[in-house]
Write a new protein. Structure first.
Length: 70
């Protein structure tokens, strides 16, 4: 549970740092805005695929490991 929450918080911070809206990132990732909100909230039912697509929609060069160790 803590890992999902940490990932969600970091995705939120990264998106804000890039000046992007949740809707814009969701559209780029091919997911709904409600799924994006769940990702950023750290919802454990989200898939790794959704997390990675959302991350790459914000910053394509960043890996999940990079995100977690920043």
């Amino acid at each position: 549970m803590q890992e999902a929450s940490a990932i969600g918080q970091k995705l939120h911070q990264l998106r804000i740092a890039h000046g992007m809206t949740q809707s814009a990132v969701a559209a780029r990732a091919g997911i709904s805005r409600s799924t994006a909100a769940l990702l950023e909230q750290g919802n454990e039912s989200r898939t790794m695929s959704q997390i990675l697509r959302y991350l790459h929609a914000i910053e394509p060069e960043l890996t999940l490991l990079d995100l977690l160790t920043e």
